[in-house]
Write a protein that binds this ligand. Structure first.
Ligand code: 6R9
Length: 650
């Protein structure tokens, strides 16, 4: 952008009142690197322990990879999130619920939330659930989602939250992978005025899971809409009926710091989604510490993260981080554009939101509606504006800063991953002048490095593959049930380092810019999608012989899904078939995996050894034909010309 200054200084009024100063950041960062264990031993005091740990970090990134933090500590994370606040913050609002329809809101104080969680925990116990059991949640964005997560943690069960937009097939796969016998769902969800048939999907998922050897014995159903749902006696239980008989007193199960807290499935470059496993102690320390620093948290803040609890952002920055810090966290059931494009800012005004955290795709979608829907609202309560999920383009950054924040609020661009548990590279508020689009500097204890393809460390201003060289408490511990896959995925590319799968650029002053995935993962509206998963879904359609899926630049979504499809002999390639393929992928995975563009192609560019050359497919999808690179190693170079013709004729 021509007139945009490259650097935005921290707004003065903000800097004057911020918890951290530029020097404060530098000295704390140095300390965290030079005396990692000393630093994190201190950070561990943020949370409540039944037995304080004497060990801090013990880990190796070399095979056999093993990661432990605070290993002899005993705790239950819900004591940090609930019990310990009762004395000082019992009447403070813990959760503000804002329903899909404006005006439909509800608050829960810490005291009330504690009672709800204990009651829910007793309902789970009455169903025979206990320590170590995996419980699958398939929930809308209602307070019961957070309550159910905490109730699992209370009894030592491991929750696996599955995004409510996933299909029955995708849900079943996750139920089977972690051998989960209890599912918590709701009758229906409501989003943007539309009904989401959660119970119906969960029923279908249970059937599919049963065919794959895992029987769901109990489905606990929270009533949200009161809509008609099918019922299977003996398996299905209304939560409100079970809760009526349950006590609100439930002692917290003592857990070792390294006992699992949750599994969260995420996409990778190969195969099916993997169960990222986080443990109790380190995760909570990291969630609490990063939430505090990233948002310059103050006691009176009202904090709103627009993520869904089905994603890691919802786990760390709607539930665990804010509640561990005794903050007020807002849960929003709807979408920022319903009933109109002012909704998000109206919610900010109604609840006096001071800390707001959302994704670039949402900012772009709202920006498209113009400034007026923003300007009709007040927004003077806002103090910090965060973003997460994908690189933010400078235009969206500047609109967020100037129009939404009226130039008063720093923009905190937080780079992190499901695997990292919490924010890793962040311009901490008040500590650094902002460069639109830059993740900027590492969080305390984080040592990023850029490597070339051969693993050589790159120095100074450069661009390369982003690795983290040393462990931090919030790091995932394993892939559930498959430690070898964990090592293979994250530690084999650059032995001795955690490989993020992202590329990054670094300025001479150390500012880091995340450039996006360097593997076969695409980022659609901030949602991670493995191209292999979409290809597998397409491949299960009877008319598809072969397919290759790549990302391409998309104005709102960041990346769109582009599918090259070779059909089986004799198939008539019609627009109706394209629509059918889209429907098929939606049914197999969910709407977020829908291909945006499908191109029928007689062949795909392959090397002589049969590998699809995705580099070329990405360029063609992006309409970038000049730099296709060397195509001479292709088995059939002519395929490329045919693909370009097909793309151009669209
Ligand atoms: C928290 C979350 C992780 C991937 C990550 C990267 C991309 C996330 C970003 C960002 C640029 C940011 N990503 N935040 N890229 N700037 N601020 O999103 O986790 O769903 O696991 O996605 O998202 O590519 O590797 P997850």
């Amino acid at each position: 952008m021509e007139n945009s200054p490259l650097i935005y200084p921290v707004p003065k009024a903000f800097a004057d009142a911020s918890n951290l100063t530029p020097d404060g950041y530098k000295s704390l960062y140095e300390r965290s690197i030079n005396d990692r264990d000393g630093f994190f031993a201190e950070q561990a005091k943020r949370i409540q322990w039944m037995t304080e740990p004497t060990h801090v970090g013990s880990w190796s990134f070399k095979s056999p990879v093993k990661i432990e933090w605070f290993r002899d500590g005993i705790l239950n994370v819900t004591e940090s999130c609930l019990d310990r606040h009762l004395e000082t913050r019992g009447d403070k609002v813990a959760i503000i619920f804002e329903g899909d329809e404006p005006g439909e809101s509800q608050t829960f104080t810490y005291r009330e939330l504690h009672r709800h969680v204990c009651r829910f925990a007793n309902v789970l116990k009455a169903q025979g659930a206990g320590k170590g059991d995996r419980i699958t949640l398939y929930m809308p964005m209602i307070p019961e989602a957070a309550i159910a997560m905490l109730a699992c943690a209370r009894i030592g069960a491991v929750h696996s939250v599955v995004f409510g937009g996933f299909s029955p097939d995708a849900l079943a796969g996750r139920i089977v992978d972690c051998d989960s016998h209890l599912v918590i769902t709701a009758d229906e969800g409501v989003r943007g005025g539309r009904i989401v048939p959660l119970k119906k999907n969960a029923d279908a998922a249970c059937e599919i899971a049963a065919r794959n050897g895992v029987t769901v014995k109990t489905q606990l159903v929270v009533q949200r809409t009161g809509g008609d749902v099918a019922w299977q006696d003996g398996r299905d239980i209304w939560y409100h009926e079970a809760a009526a008989e349950a006590s609100v007193d439930c002692p917290a199960e003592p857990m070792s710091a390294e006992d699992p807290l949750f599994i969260l499935y995420t996409s990778g470059s190969t195969g099916q989604p993997k169960g990222v496993l986080h443990t109790c102690g380190g995760y909570l320390v990291w969630a609490s510490m990063t939430h505090d620093y990233v948002f310059d948290l103050k006691e009176d803040d009202v904090y709103w993260c627009t993520a869904d609890v089905g994603w890691v952002t919802g786990h760390t920055y709607i539930v665990y981080g804010p509640l561990a810090n005794g903050a007020t966290t807002l849960m929003f059931e709807g979408v920022p554009t319903y009933p109109d494009a002012s909704r998000a800012w109206q919610v900010c005004d109604t609840h006096k939101v001071s800390l707001f955290y959302t994704a670039p795709t949402a900012i772009r979608a709202l920006m498209r509606e113009g400034d007026d829907p923003v300007k009709v609202t007040d927004r003077t309560s806002l103090r910090v504006l965060g973003t997460v999920g994908e690189p933010i383009n400078p235009e969206a950054w500047e609109w967020y800063f100037n129009v939404v924040g009226d130039g008063r609020c720093p923009i905190i661009d937080t780079w992190w991953q499901t695997e990292t548990g919490g924010a890793m590279i962040v311009p901490l508020p008040g500590t650094v002048d902002m460069k639109p689009g830059a993740g900027t500097f590492p969080m305390f204890g984080i040592e990023p490095e850029l490597l070339d393809a051969d693993g050589k460390v790159l120095e100074g201003a450069t661009e390369g593959n982003l690795v983290i060289t040393a462990s931090w408490p919030g790091q995932m511990r394993t892939v559930y049930g498959d430690h070898e896959r964990f090592e293979q995925t994250y530690f084999s590319t650059y032995p001795g380092n955690y490989f993020t799968g992202d590329g990054a650029r670094r300025d001479a002053d150390g500012t880091i810019w995340i450039t996006g995935r360097v593997d076969d993962v695409i980022n659609v509206s901030g949602h991670r999608m493995g191209t292999a998963e979409v290809e597998a879904a397409l491949g299960s359609h009877p008319d598809v012989a072969e397919s290759a899926v790549v990302g391409y630049p998309h104005d709102i979504k960041g990346q769109g899904i582009y599918a090259y499809v070779t059909t089986t002999a004799g198939t008539v390639e019609t627009d109706e078939l394209k629509r059918d393929l889209v429907r098929h992928v939606r049914a197999e995975i969910g709407p977020i995996a829908s291909p945006d563009l499908i191109q029928f192609s007689d062949g795909l560019p392959k090397t002589r050894s049969g590998k699809i050359m995705r580099r070329i497919l990405r360029k063609i999808a992006a309409n970038d034909y000049d730099a296709l690179g060397d195509t001479s190693t292709l088995a059939e170079p002519a395929v490329v010309d045919a693909l370009i013709d097909g793309r151009m004729n669209r």
